[in-house]
Structures are given as structure tokens and as C-alpha cells.
Write a protein that binds this ligand. Sequence first.
Ligand code: ADP
Length: 442
Amino acid sequence: MMYQPEIETMSLPRIRKLQSDRLSQLVSRLYKKVPFYKNALDEGGIKPADIRGIEDLHKLPFTYKSDLRDHYPFDLFAVPQQEIRRIHASSGTTGKPTVVGYSAADLDIFDEVVARSLVCAGARPGMKLHNAYGYGLFTGGLGMHGGAQKLGMAVIPVSGGMTDRQLMILQDFQPEVICCTPSYAQTLAEEMVSRNISLNQLKLKYAILGAEPWTETIRSQVEKGLQVKATNIYGLSEIIGPGVSQEDQEERGNGSHIWEDHFFPEVVDKDTGEPLPYGQEGVLVFTTLTKEAMPLLRYRTNDICSIYYDKHSKRTHIKMSPIKGRADDMLIIRGVNLFHTQVEVLLQDFSEVVPNYQLLVSRTKTLDEVTLKVELAPAFEKELSRISQDSKNEKLQLLSGNIQTKIRNNIGLGMAVQLMKYQEIPRSQGGKLSRILDMREG
Ligand code: ADP
């Protein structure tokens, strides 16, 4: 089933035509309504009439997160204040948060792309959605909420945290679908085991996970631990929120569809800004084609991935690979670029550990060092408890050596591996989890 089959299977030439019409209208409107864009176009010597279609997109300047901060809170809005129906903001861990506004029509689009995503993930009208994304200024909670209602689901607005209550609701209300961060899905799966809750007591079928990077390693753990099909949902408040792209539950592991009738993607070189060919990894850039209140031209997300068409998919819309990480979270260790997801994905080959891990970055004299802290799987701990201390040490040494070798062979980086007891590393309490602990000064 598809939510909007006519749109989701539209032929590529028709999609391009639609995108082109929308883009040229958008540029004319922004030129008139938003001084920031008028100045940016004037400075680049571009007239709105020069943008006749998608093929002219590369002529437009990029928009950066700093532009949103410089125009805090409302100066990028393209409609009068009275037409704004909702305001969201990002966490703003560094400096002022980035603020976004929605008109009534924007909220309809938000509902529409989330409803599309929910169906793509396996949800159906009549099912119940356990919505464990945070409600508030963060777009996750309210975004999923609106789309689920539009689809005809019953929303349980649990929000993040209070794991005991979450587990009670999962058992008592019997939702078929859950959405939360992948790290919180890990927490829930583990807590089910430690509280002796049997999977038979739950009716969950699908988990829709996003807001932070994750890999197949966590998918395996969550799918087994919650007995669900887990798919990836991606989004960012600047573009709309969750529902910019979604993985199909029958095409798990094969990328997520970007709803490109609304959000036009490009992948560009991190340093030169040159658009890259399909399949090549770089910075994901979006142009919002249909938003009214705060449209953005060529917004640099900072997220690293590739985009490509998948002719084996039942939908025509372009796909994106899972996000490897944010460009500003990339570690450069002795000249090697490193995202934590590169380590995470390798852990899948080791049944002796669980994907609860941290990368500890430190500096000794002039050299940067990374230590991988990763927890032992409870079953392996049990096995170890039955053998002598000497054989236990031997097994642990062998395991950390094997993990080290795997990482060196695949990433080209030597890294100490510290095996931790199960439950020793902090868990997600509901939101995004940081897997990197940077102990370097400055
Ligand atoms: P912030 O985290 O900056 O406060 P948002 O809540 O809008 O703001 O988060 C958007 C960011 O979250 C994206 O740019 C991306 O880095 C990350 N993100 C969202 N969904 C995913 C996903 N499915 N996979 C990887 N990263 C994601």
C-alpha cells in the first residue's frame, strides 16, 4: 500500500517538470518576500527569471545554518506573522537555536509526508502509534503525531523518557507501531528483557527510527529485541521535520525514499560545494519546493550520505543512503576520517558484544587516540562466568584483538578496544544519544 500512489510512482520526467515549475515560482516569491534571498541573488547577479527549472538550481547560492542564526528568530519568514500557525526550534546546543515557522498549508504538507512515511514503514489506518519522540520545540513528537492522525491512526502521545511507563503502555495499549530514536529503541528492547516482559505480551509490528544515525547492527538488535520490522525515518526541522525521507519496510537496507515532490535533494562536495554524481558520498543539500512560511534554497544539512535512483523499488522517488554522520561530528584521527557509524556497523560480526558503545577521543602529547568502549553481551558474560579466570582473560583478549583487527582492516585506524560489562555505558533515556566522548582540550 502507498499513501499517495499517484505521486509516489510518478514518472521521472513528470517529477522533474513538477519540481521545475515549483522551483521557478519559489525563487520569484522569495526574491519579493525575503530580503535575505533578494540580497543573496542580487550579489550573485542572478535574476529570478534565470531560474527556469531544476537544471538552473546550481546557479543559486547555498543557505547555511548560520544564515538561520543570523536571522533569528523570524527574519527568514516569507509570509506575514498572522499566517504562521506553528513555530519549532532546534536544540541550539551551540548559541541560539534555529527557528522555523509553518503556515497552515505547511502543516498540511508536514502531515502528508509523515502519513506517506508511516505507510511506507508498514503502518496502516486503524493501527495505534506509540509516539516516543519528544513533544515540544523538537519537531519529532508533533510531526509524527499530525501525520499519524491524518493517516487515520490512533496516536498515543507518550513522548520520550519514563521507560517504566512506556513499557506499561506497550503492554496495555497494544500499539502496532512505535516511533522513537534508534538508541531509545535499544533501551526499550533491553528493559523488556531485564523486566522479564515477554514479547508475546506486545503487539508491535513496526518501529520507525530516526533523529540520529544508526546502522544494520542496531537494526538487528532492535528487530530481534522488539520483534518488529525497523525502518529509518529522516528529517530536520529546517526542511520540515521527520518525513523528509523514509525507508520502505519491504526494502529495508536499501536506502530511504526522499519525497522529492516537496524536497529537492543534492549531494555536494564538502569543500568545493560542487554537486556530486548519484551514488557519490557528500553533504546533503535540500531545496524546499512547496513550503510557504520558511522555504529554503539549497540548504546545507551537514549530513553525509549519497543519493541515487533505485529502479528495483516500487516507488520512483530518489533514495538516500543512511546518514553516516554530520560533517561537524566527523573525527579526524591521525589523518583518517572517522564517523562512529563506521565502527558500529563492524560490531555486527561479533555476537560476544552488544552495540552499546562509545568512542573516547583523547590526546597524548601531539597524537589523537580513540578508544572503543563496547559492552559484552549478557549471554557471553554468562559463558565467561562458568570458566576459569585464565581462560576468561584469554577469551577477552582474543575478542578485543579481533575487534581491533576488524577495525584496522576496514577503517585503517588502530584503536584500543576496552570491553565493558553489560549496562556500564550510558543509555538513551528517550532522545538522541551521543556516542562520542571527546576528551581533547579546546
Ligand atoms: P538538531 O538535532 O540540530 O537540534 P533536528 O532535531 O532538526 O535538529 O535534527 C535534525 C538532524 O538529526 C539531521 O540534520 C540529522 O543530522 C539528524 N537525523 C535526523 N534523522 C536522522 C536519521 N534517520 N539518520 C541519521 N541522522 C538523522
